[in-house]
Design a protein around this ligand. Sequence first.
Ligand code: SAM
Length: 222
Amino acid sequence: MIHNYNEPKYKNRRKNLLRTLTEKGIRDTKVLAAIEAVPRHLFIDSAFADSAYEDCALPIGFGQTISQPYTVARQTELLAPQPGERILEIGTGSGYQTAILCQLDAFVYSIERFPQLYQVSGKRLRTMGYRKLMLKSGDGTLGWAAYAPFNGIIVTAGAPVVPETLKQQLADGGRLIIPVGNNTTQTMLRITRIGDDFSTEEFSSFTFVPLIGHEGWNNSST
Ligand code: SAM
């Protein structure tokens, strides 16, 4: 499903962003096409619209951020969602990463801790025409058992450890993309389930807002 938002001003800025992402090492052409198709300026307050296609995180309220485009592209590239796959996202936030996954034709289940962000992003995604998604507000560290197992799980907040519940909700061959570390720097991990075994690959460092919940940080420890 490809939406086209062809306002010339933003279209040109998206092209420039693609160049930046390519220079930074993003290679997956489907991911780049999704970034080109999704209007990031509609996922943030209009006061920040002029910065929407700079490669930076921006505030979305409640102390949270829409992730940097490079981070979204890299996590999506590592997840490599295939059309029709069932993907669980932890941290809906603005809904931008959700839209990128929908654009790649995944069926997306997404959980957001803040009810207000869940409501705003849900309305936004439906208004934009995304239909293959299920959203809820709650603690994503506990996964979404009713819809498990998932072909992929993407965590868009920094975790102190890998939540065991999320590993157990992976299908055979499923991938969990999660930044794990302290409250300033996290290493991106890709954990792949093979039967009852899990293999872990480590990628570069990132800085995320904290994953707060039962199998994440305590509200008071960050
Ligand atoms: N994917 C988002 C986007 O594109 O805008 C990124 C948003 S931000 C980097 C991470 C989000 O994770 C925040 O909205 C935060 O409230 C949420 N979050 C943190 N802990 C969570 C948890 N346990 N369950 C669900 N959401 C959580």
